[in-house]
Design a protein around this ligand. Structure first.
Ligand code: ADP
Length: 633
């Protein structure tokens, strides 16, 4: 750094370097999109200025005609994109342009495989925005001044996209941001009026702001800019146009702009609502989960407009948490322009718009599930875990959300979540009154749980729930279509009409016969159990543990404890299988010490079978070894 200039050289965040390399290689075949990305940013910058100027009109600096200008210079081989939007101050340039301010960046990098093809698909999901300039440019100069700051607060950022960038304070009378791309060798096609216009019309026609270029004329066989401006895009709000005038491609490109996504959306719903509230909504369901789906601080949700004027990004009051993956625009005709987040929180109008929009999204998903079930499963795999928060959050729409849920089940016996509650009900056995579920922390644990034995024997389907959120879901979803939803690991087993008289008599007999054994085990296990009883839910296993109907499930207790949260220790009930050889052996055991060991062993293996942890593994091993040593050699 020299003392005479204020130029400073700074290093990129390590990830940026890696990202740039990857991006240049993987996005090259689709390189035109850099222009879309830069125009999209310029448009956002204009929206932000317009919004801030609502309360401080001085920010317009007597230049209220917001626009984006694109110019090229054949001799210098540069392409320049400039806007008179909000601009950036020095800190903003460093944090927005020198770092990737995205949560999930680390996860993103950990997913990269080094396999170009796979990584290329990933980078699309990640979205690279500004950096896409380096696909066609080997040097990028960004000069900017934030609206409202004096001219001497201009900032110039320059980088060749290798390891570092320079930063310099400059004098800049113009407000906003100018980005000069020094084109790489061989990228001369972007020095053509025709090419640039065609890229803008393909990707950025929906941008609400005018995108302006100088008209050109041919002089001596050379295309030369004149002094006259022309607007290249349609410059009207896409969502305000009539549905029939919008092509699917236009809808898709608009999505990429609002969602900052490189991929096409999965589905969308465009509505003009008139009546008590007048508003337009254009809501999209993305194809992939963003990297920050589980981050509560995430950005880029629904954009709120009031009569075409951008008001705010990520208006969380407009969509409930369980639909936080939805992207798009809501444009209200009724709200005041100076609406703040605080006002939104308590606004009845907003409540009505939100509830109307939620219905639209649910309708969109129902339609997808009905007409394109495979596409719906794609959606489910990306966002199902989030939608499962729905029944707990949105009481009014509980039944509709429940109908959209998909589960793994013993019917398919794979971990693919494809079974709906409606499918399940359609397959219920004669005399079956409840929907049965089991929660566990892995698919294998659920699938092999001893609790399922009787259900498998009788051919009764059980839903296998292994997502973390499932416990929360089950505690908020007690029934569907009038049928109770029951955990097979909770409460006494009552299969009601699913059992015949002979079975019931046999059970009663076994219970009477084993009463003394049950008492003996209970005394032996003491505090370890709440109760001991004979069960008929087991066919192969000697014993299992169940919790009370109203108790927290053992799985939830483990999840909470693993997360370091306080959870009451629920004492389980031990159920024993009267027809198992081990139980018969135990019943005839007269040696008191041996009985104690075996009773404890019975309890401990039941605990292990459901994924629980032993308090005292060493004693368990000692007991087990004692038992093994008794086997005939
Ligand atoms: P994204 O747009 O997805 O946030 P980008 O890398 O494209 O990612 O941009 C990063 C940030 O830099 C933007 O969120 C914005 O704050 C800022 N930025 C980019 N371009 C401009 C611009 N033309 N004017 C003002 N700010 C900009």
């Amino acid at each position: 750094m020299s003392a005479t200039s204020s130029k400073e050289t700074l290093g990129f965040q390590a990830e940026v370097k890696q990202l740039l390399q990857l991006m240049i290689h993987s996005l090259y075949s689709n390189k035109d999109i850099f222009l879309r990305e830069l125009i999209s940013n310029a448009s956002d910058a204009a929206d932000k200025l317009r919004f801030e100027a609502l309360t401080d009109s001085a920010l317009f600096e007597n230049d209220p005609d917001l626009k984006i200008r694109i110019a090229f210079d054949r001799d210098a081989r540069t392409l320049t994109i400039s806007d008179n939007g909000i601009g950036m101050n020095r800190e903003e340039v460093i944090s927005h342009i020198g770092t990737i301010a995205k949560s999930g960046t680390r996860e993103f990098f950990s997913q990269l495989s080094g396999d170009q093809k796979k990584d290329a698909a990933l980078i699309g999901q990640f979205g690279v925005g500004f950096y896409s300039a380096f696909i066609v440019a080997d040097r990028v100069t960004l000069t900017t001044r934030r609206a409202g700051l004096t001219f001497d607060h201009g900032v110039r950022w320059e980088s060749a996209g290798a390891g570092d960038y320079t930063l310099e304070t400059v004098n800049r009378p113009e407000r906003g941001t100018e980005i000069v791309l020094h084109l790489r060798e061989g990228e001369d096609e972007f020095l053509s009026d025709w090419k640039i216009k065609s890229v803008i019309r393909t990707y950025s026609d929906h941008i609400t702001l005018p995108i302006v270029m100088k008209k050109t004329e041919w002089k001596d066989g050379v295309e030369t800019p004149t002094l006259d401006d022309e607007t290249v895009n349609r410059a009207s709000a896409l969502w305000a146009r009539s549905k029939k005038d919008i092509t699917d491609d236009e809808y898709r490109e608009f999505y990429k702009h609002v969602a900052h996504d490189f991929e096409n959306p999965l589905a969308w719903s465009h509505n003009r609502v008139e009546g008590k509230q007048d508003y337009i909504s254009l809501l999209y369901v993305p194809t992939h989960a963003p990297f920050d789906l589980y981050d509560r601080e995430k950005r880029h949700g629904i954009k709120l407009y009031v009569r075409r004027v951008f008001i705010m990004d990520d208006a969380e009051q407009l969509m409930p948490q369980y639909l936080r993956f939805v992207r798009g625009v809501i444009d209200s005709a009724d709200l005041p322009l100076n609406v703040s987040r605080e006002i939104l929180q308590s606004s009845r109008d907003i409540e009505a718009i939100k509830s109307g929009s939620v219905k639209k999204v649910l309708g969109l998903l129902e339609d997808l599930a009905e007409t394109q079930p495979e596409k719906y499963i794609e959606f489910w795999n990306a966002f199902g875990k989030v939608l499962k928060e729905g029944p707990g959050e949105d009481y009014a729409n509980r039944e509709r959300i429940a109908a959209l849920l998909r589960f793994a089940s013993t019917h398919t016996d794979t971990d693919a979540q494809v079974v709906s509650l409606k499918d399940y009900i359609g397959r219920m056995k004669e005399g079956q009154t409840a929907i049965y579920t089991i929660t566990a922390d892995s698919f294998a644990a659920a699938q092999h749980s001893p609790h399922l034995e009787i259900f498998r024997k009788k051919g009764i389907e059980v839903l296998l729930l292994t997502d973390r959120v499932d416990e929360w879901l089950m505690s908020n979803l007690a029934e569907f279509d009038g049928k109770p939803i029951k955990s097979v690991a909770k409460g006494g087993l009552d299969l009601g009409a699913l059992e015949d008289e002979a079975e019931k008599t046999a059970q009663k007999e076994a219970e009477d016969q084993l009463k003394p054994l049950v008492e003996r085990i209970k005394t032996t296990l003491g505090e370890r159990v709440k109760d001991v009883r004979v069960t008929h839910r087991l066919t192969d296993s000697p014993a299992c543990l169940v919790t009370g109907e109203g108790d927290m499930s053992a799985n939830l207790e483990r999840l909470l404890k693993a997360a370091g949260q306080a959870a009451p220790t629920v004492r389980p009930t031990l159920e024993i299988n009267p027809s198992h050889a081990l139980v018969t052996r135990l019943n005839g055991e007269s040696d008191e010490d041996r009985f104690k060991d075996w009773a404890n062993l019975l309890f401990e293996q039941a605990l292990l079978a459901e994924g629980g942890q032993l308090d005292d593994p060493a004693s368990f091993v000692r007991r087990l070894n004692g038992l093994l040593a008794m086997l005939p050699g």
